[in-house]
Ligand binder design. Structure first.
Ligand SMILES: Cc1cc2nc3c(=O)[nH]c(=O)nc-3n(C[C@H](O)[C@H](O)[C@H](O)COP(=O)(O)O)c2cc1C
Length: 186
């Protein structure tokens, strides 16, 4: 069997980024369990191509490569900061450029960060409907975190860390990896 590939994409517009760090932490936990190759990206990797592209057939090479990676991945981990109550505009624009059937049945972890708890439902009211449109296989655990859940841009709150472990377990089960690498080496 070929090596599994997990792609992470974060909709942050600047670095350092809590959203990017959250996606990275989820990918790291999933990688430990599945042995998958992980590849992580954010908006700054495809700036200014993404905002300048209205037709995916005219995507510049960096953007076309990201779209190919996303559509070819065995699983996705996506996250966005909350901007004005929902995911960032360019995060949505990336997925507007992706074919409606391209993410069908693909396991996908949803995550978001915000300035407060006020918009914690963005995962379920914003991200989940977007990926339901694609008929993706959305994992039941979604992750939302705020500034106080991080120390120096790394997830640090024990509840957040536990949730990351939980969703990584769910993803490894979904990918058919029933014997986590961590457990094997313990
Ligand atoms: C333009 C802008 C709009 C924002 N709107 C919201 C918002 O509506 N609700 C919220 O909870 N936080 C909001 N925030 C705060 C960010 O969501 C929060 O700081 C987030 O963790 C930043 O993620 P990052 O470190 O990945 O950039 C906003 C921040 C910016 C820059």
């Amino acid at each position: 069997m070929s090596q599994l590939k997990i792609v992470g994409f974060a909709g942050n517009a600047s670095r350092p980024s809590r959203t990017s760090a959250l996606v990275q932490a989820i990918a790291g936990a999933a990688q430990l369990r599945t042995g998958a190759y992980t590849s992580l990206h954010d908006l700054t990797d495809v700036h200014p191509s993404l905002g300048a592209t209205l037709d995916p057939r005219q995507a510049p090479p960096d953007l076309a490569a990201l779209i190919s990676e996303i559509t070819a991945a065995d699983a996705l981990i996506v996250g966005s900061p909350v901007y004005k109550g929902t995911y960032t505009g360019l995060f949505k624009h990336l997925f507007d450029l992706i074919e409606p059937k391209a993410l069908k049945d693909k396991p996908i972890v949803l995550a978001a960060t915000g300035g407060s708890e006020r918009h914690a439902l963005v995962v379920d009211h914003g991200l989940r409907p977007l990926f339901a449109f694609f008929s993706a296989d959305i994992l039941s655990t979604g992750i939302y975190a705020t500034e106080t859940d991080f120390t120096d841009y790394r997830p640090s709150h024990p509840q957040l860390l536990r949730r990351i472990e939980r969703v990584a377990d769910e993803l490894s089960f979904k990918l058919g990896v029933r014997a986590p690498l961590l457990a094997q080496s313990a």
